[in-house]
Design a protein. Structure first.
Length: 261
């Protein structure tokens, strides 16, 4: 007890034990316990008079300053897709895009009758004026290549067939060749269209790049620019196909930035 008393010195244990006998006598002698005072009889509670109808709602409206809306506005996704001023504007046919007849004929030759989902949403933005930058992401085989090919063919000036005006960068020479074939197929009815591949061994050192559309890999394209065999002064369109793969590959992302600048 000495240790506990020293630790809890503020409790004064000796006095507490001395008062325990008084507490026991009070518990065993019920007649000595103080009787509770009797409470005065309470009057029956009266309910407040009901307020006149309409006053409580008016008072609540004045306190909260709430105004009930009488009109509801509902905007559907289909409305935004039909609005030509909306970024979500989409088309349901290639005729709505206003493409030149030669390009439409190329689409019919490839049996393209209706745009895919990515084409419905991407083409109105890519073909808008003034031109806009855009990043599109979709699964393979959904029509991304055809989407930017239509944009490239719509932006170039056919009266300058040997002046480079559009550049498409791809991560491999095989993919660059495939894109070149797609551009040539869609633009088969475009008179004077020249599409060149800026890949190793395809560009003559004597003539340099002599096409309105150039498809190549970043490394070869940079070499042609350094050797002044690729005039980039009048480029209008830059497409980076499979940009995510190029960023993953060492050095390709930096090369794409250098080509752009």
């Amino acid at each position: 007890m000495a240790n506990y008393a020293n630790y809890y010195g503020n409790f004064h244990f000796p006095q507490t034990f001395a008062n325990m006998s008084d507490l026991a006598s009070r518990i065993t002698s019920p007649e000595s316990a103080p009787k509770p005072a009797t409470e005065p009889a309470s009057e029956p509670a009266t309910e407040p008079a009901p307020e006149p109808a309409g006053e409580s709602s008016v008072e609540g409206a004045e306190e909260n300053n709430l105004v009930d809306n009488e009109y509801e506005v509902e905007v559907k996704l289909s409305d935004l897709q039909n609005d030509a001023e909306s970024p979500l504007y989409s088309v349901s046919s290639f005729e709505q895009l206003g493409l030149p007849k030669a390009i439409n004929d190329g689409l019919l030759a490839m049996n393209f009758k209706k745009p895919s989902k990515i084409q419905e949403r991407a083409l109105p933005l890519m073909l808008s004026n003034p031109p806009r930058n855009m990043i599109a992401q979709s699964q393979s085989g959904t029509g991304k290549t055809a989407a930017f090919v239509l944009t490239v063919l719509s932006r170039i000036d056919i009266s300058k067939p040997t002046q480079p005006q559009a550049l498409v960068l791809a991560p491999s020479r095989e993919l660059a060749r495939q894109i070149q074939m797609v551009i040539q197929t869609v633009g088969q009815f475009v008179e004077g269209l020249i599409v060149e591949a800026a890949i190793p061994g395809s560009i003559s050192r004597e003539t340099g790049v002599r096409g309105s559309v150039v498809v190549g890999t970043p490394g070869t394209t940079m070499d042609l620019v350094r050797r002044r065999q690729f005039d980039v002064s009048q480029l209008k369109v830059l497409v980076i196909d499979e940009a995510d793969n190029m960023l993953d590959q060492q050095g390709m992302g930096e090369q794409c930035v250098r080509v752009k600048t």
